[in-house]
Ligand binder design. Structure first.
Ligand SMILES: Nc1ncnc2c1ncn2[C@@H]1O[C@H](COP(=O)(O)OP(=O)(O)OP(=O)(O)O)[C@@H](O)[C@H]1O
Ligand SMILES: O=C(O)[C@@H](O)C(=O)CO
Length: 420
């Protein structure tokens, strides 16, 4: 293994694994920190998916350190800490605290932070994160159920979460290429900075940043920051080339489960409904009151077996707030996640082996429930979202795990065409 990554949620891990695989590294994604002696096969890059984005910072630190130790023990020369391209975090973290702890573990005094993912409209300019044409704080991310983002100035956001001194390498320097960026890293270290946020508005910027960061022990950011890293290993003659193992999804019944309340997911649900996909909407208040149970939902899915039905809890910000006012933010989320996880277990027992899940937290809950330990990366459905297939499993499952804000409006329809 050359490159190891610790991702703070499952869909984010898949997004990163897709980037590394597309850039030519043999890549495996692992769900949770694997047991000692886990066989990573011929993987050159391994992405460990955690569910640590919104848990207490102390727990996120402990899990992330375990994951990084495991990757280092397996030979990783460089570690990526992958978080969301919209910098999803609460005032307590967990991006800052985990970055601080990983730096200490790796004994490094400088790292970079760059959530940019230009293909999906996430750009960083003069330290400010844009979501398409909008500042992060004006975007739908301000209404996220778990991590509302109300400040687009990432130097300020990160500094508030981190013990490290946070600086900025801004666009003018990045535009001058990798040598200028490498010099700026040195200058930042010289002025006592430990974390530098780096502007990036194009993939060319990300490739230049990746090249400049070849010698960094720790790199933090969205999946975009990985675009330029495989080339460093290729130039050093360390990559073996494509693996002979192809991607094959199992045949069988399929279902779609959506717990993401993002604007993109809600548009995708609208498009699925318009196209005649059978849908069932569930609501955390009904789950709490016992009006919606896993069995009722499972029976409904089974009754729609001839098609690929969609169960969703996705709601607009006003309805999410209504449920949260009654149940509390965490309980509202947990009720939905637990219900969808129970439904997934029941369907799996009934032979279902193709799951499309929308939302990072939701995907984490479903995939943990399915007991999937590791995944091979398959074809890209939309930027940042591939089909994957479980490995090391007697009964493999095909999984499409969609980050909340990713995917075109017809995502729930077109994903299935790739498996035919
Ligand atoms: N109707 C609802 N009311 C309140 N909370 C909900 C509702 N539906 C879903 N949730 C919760 O909102 C959270 C959505 O987070 P999730 O990570 O799954 O989606 P996302 O944030 O859009 O995706 P990503 O993390 O990939 O960007 C989950 O905890 C989910 O259970
Ligand atoms: O970076 C992103 O936007 C995604 O990979 C993600 O982490 C969403 O949860």
């Amino acid at each position: 293994m050359l490159l190891g990554a610790v991702a703070d949620d499952l869909t984010g891990a898949t997004d990163l694994a897709l980037t590394l695989a597309r850039e030519g590294m043999r890549t495996v994604q692992v769900v949770g920190v694997p047991a000692a002696g886990f066989d990573f096969g011929d993987a050159e890059a391994v992405v460990i998916a955690l569910k640590s984005r919104t848990i207490p910072a102390s727990e996120a630190i402990a899990l992330s350190l375990d994951a990084a130790r495991c990757l280092r023990a397996a030979g990783a020369e460089q570690i990526i800490f992958k978080y969301c391209s919209t910098f999803d975090s609460t005032p307590e973290g967990n991006i800052g605290p985990v970055t601080d702890a990983l730096m200490e573990l790796l004994g490094t005094s400088l790292t970079l932070a760059c959530p940019a993912f230009p293909t999906n409209g996430r750009t960083v300019y003069r330290g400010h994160l844009f979501f398409g044409d909008l500042l992060l704080s004006d975007s739908p991310m301000k209404d996220h159920p778990l991590t509302p983002m109300t400040d687009a100035n990432l130097v300020r956001v990160l500094q508030a979460q981190s013990r490290s001194k946070v600086g900025l390498i801004s666009h003018d320097i990045v535009d001058n290429g990798s040598n200028a960026i490498a010099a700026a890293f040195e200058a930042a270290a010289g002025t006592g900075h430990q974390v530098v946020l780096v502007d990036a508005v194009t993939d060319e910027h990300l490739r230049a940043i990746g090249r400049a960061a070849a010698g960094m022990a720790l790199i933090t950011g969205g999946s975009g920051i990985a675009i330029g890293l495989p080339d460093n290993f290729r130039r050093a003659g360390k990559l073996a080339g494509p693996s002979a193992d192809g991607f094959a999804a199992p045949e069988g019944p399929a279902v779609m489960l959506a717990g993401s309340c993002s604007a993109a997911t809600r548009r995708q649900i609208g498009a699925a409904i318009a196209a005649g996909v059978p849908v069932l909407k569930i609501d955390p208040l009904d789950i709490a009151a016992g009006r919606t149970r896993p069995q009722t939902v499972t029976d409904w899915v089974l009754s729609a077996r001839d098609s690929i039905p969609l169960v969703y809890s996705s709601a607009d910000p006003a309805d999410v707030r209504k449920a949260q006012d009654v149940l509390g933010r965490d309980r509202a989320g947990a009720l939905v996640e637990e219900l969808l996880a129970d439904v997934a277990i029941a369907l799996r027992a009934d032979g279902y082996n193709r799951f499309l899940v929308a939302g990072g937290e939701t995907s984490g809950a479903v995939v943990n429930a399915l007991g999937v330990q590791a995944m091979r990366i398959g074809p890209e459905i939309d930027p940042g979202v591939p089909w994957t297939c479980s490995i090391g499993d007697d009964r493999p499952v095909a999984l499409a795990l969609k980050s909340g804000n990713f995917g075109a409006d017809d995502f729930f329809l077109k994903a299935w065409r790739l498996l035919r």
